[in-house]
Design a protein. Structure first.
Ligand SMILES: C[S@@+](CC[C@H](N)C(=O)[O-])C[C@H]1O[C@@H](n2cnc3c(N)ncnc32)[C@H](O)[C@@H]1O
Length: 374
């Protein structure tokens, strides 16, 4: 890991921000974390290691007997200092997950909260976790917050797709769009941040419109110059995407242009393969591929786990977004993980959240990753 990639985490004010945005969901998230650990951690773990521990949020949610055997690691020195101030009794080490100060085959479980989605070299970290884990030891990752959509750009682009803002869910556009035109859009939900279109469909079409001086090209913002050879700078593109996404009026203008481009392409009968992508689903697939059997792991669980409690009105936080429109609560109910009986179906007045959970286990036999039947 380069010093630069750690330096982005040197601002302790970020930790206060994280505490603030997590606070309304604290009880529910704690319940999901505890249920997951009770179900998937090996019995009586002797050494547990947290990676990317930040200011200690996960410790806050751990049951005392788990916290007592956990060593928290974090490469950012300012975060380590903040952690030690908050939890003077905790065992905290400054360490990068690529190079952990533990002997091979010594650790019962590696825990992480909102970390694996931020690492540029996940394979190196995976190999290091495999080294330190005992056979049968687990990696447990929780993601309770949004993960930035730009984290999925490199792979979409390498796979021949252009990431577009999700104009198919823009309420400002959908309100005025006739049903016949809505039918031309891909199926997407509120939690899909990106629509991906094939590069070899998008770029020649925009190039053709630019050549014909079509005014729509000027409204395509960062997409307008993609047809110019050598003009694509992935970092600049990601920065522009995020800046526009954070500015409602620019986002509406860009979404309007992308919608119009898509409808024109479809009406002209051009190939326009477009699919909705959520960064959370993308991360889930990426973790499953990274911690796959051929790398010495087997999958115990991957997906959202949900919990709810009574509240004055319906509010759901899922995939880092908060919605107050009444809708089914996605994910595996926490009661199923706990093995407790399912509470009655939630009514309209609930506060609900989901946490994306990933659990992979280090293979136990020579056939690494295959589950041993007893
Ligand atoms: C989004 S923050 C999450 C912090 C904390 N776990 C939380 O959820 O509050 C990501 C954390 O990963 C850490 N990190 C970045 N690169 C890392 C690496 N190579 N190894 C271990 N941790 C890393 C950062 O320093 C940061 O603390």
């Amino acid at each position: 890991m380069t010093p630069d990639s750690i330096a982005r985490w040197h601002n302790p004010a970020l930790l206060d921000h994280l505490i603030r945005i997590r606070q309304p969901w604290d009880r529910l998230t704690r319940r999901i974390v505890r249920a997951t650990l009770a179900k998937y951690l090996p019995h009586s773990p002797e050494i547990l290691v947290e990676i990317g521990a930040g200011g200690g949020q996960l410790r806050e949610w751990l049951p005392p007997e788990i916290a007592a055997v956990t060593t928290h690691t974090e490469p950012s020195k300012p975060f380590v200092e903040a952690f030690c101030q908050r939890y003077p009794d905790a065992n905290v080490l400054a360490a990068d997950a690529e190079n952990l100060p533990f002997t091979s085959d010594s650790v019962s479980g590696v825990l992480a909260l909102c970390v694996l989605d931020t690492l540029p070299d996940l394979a190196t970290v995976r190999n290091e976790l495999h080294r330190v884990l005992k056979p049968g030891g687990v990696v447990v990752h929780f993601l309770d917050l949004a993960t930035s959509p730009d984290t999925l750009f490199p792979e979409l682009i390498a796979g021949g797709e252009v990431p577009l803002t999700n104009f198919a869910r823009d309420p400002g556009l959908l309100e005025v769009l006739p049903e016949s035109k809505k039918a031309l859009l891909p199926v997407a939900d509120d939690f899909d941040e990106v629509l991906a279109v094939r590069w070899d469909a998008f770029v020649p079409f925009v190039g053709m419109l630019a050549k014909a001086n079509q005014p729509i090209v000027a409204d395509l913002g960062p997409y307008a110059r993609l047809h110019q050879p050598g003009s694509f700078d992935p970092d600049r593109f990601a920065l522009e995407f995020m800046a526009i996404s954070a500015d409602p009026s620019r986002l509406l203008a860009l979404n309007r242009a992308l919608l119009s481009l898509t409808l024109t392409a479809r009406q002209m009968g051009r190939a326009w393969p477009l699919r909705a992508v959520s960064s959370r689903t993308h991360l889930r697939m990426k973790l499953q591929n990274t911690f796959a059997t051929e790398h010495g792991f087997s999958l115990d669980f991957a997906g959202p786990i949900s919990a709810w409690e009574m509240a004055p009105e319906f509010v759901l936080r899922h995939a880092g977004r908060t919605v107050s429109r009444l809708m089914p609560i996605p994910g595996t109910p926490v009661e199923e993980v706990e093995g407790t009986s399912l509470a009655a179906a939630p009514g309209k007045a609930v506060r609900a959240t989901t946490v994306e959970v990933f659990v992979a286990r280090k293979g136990v036999g020579p056939n690494l990753g295959s589950s041993a039947c007893v």
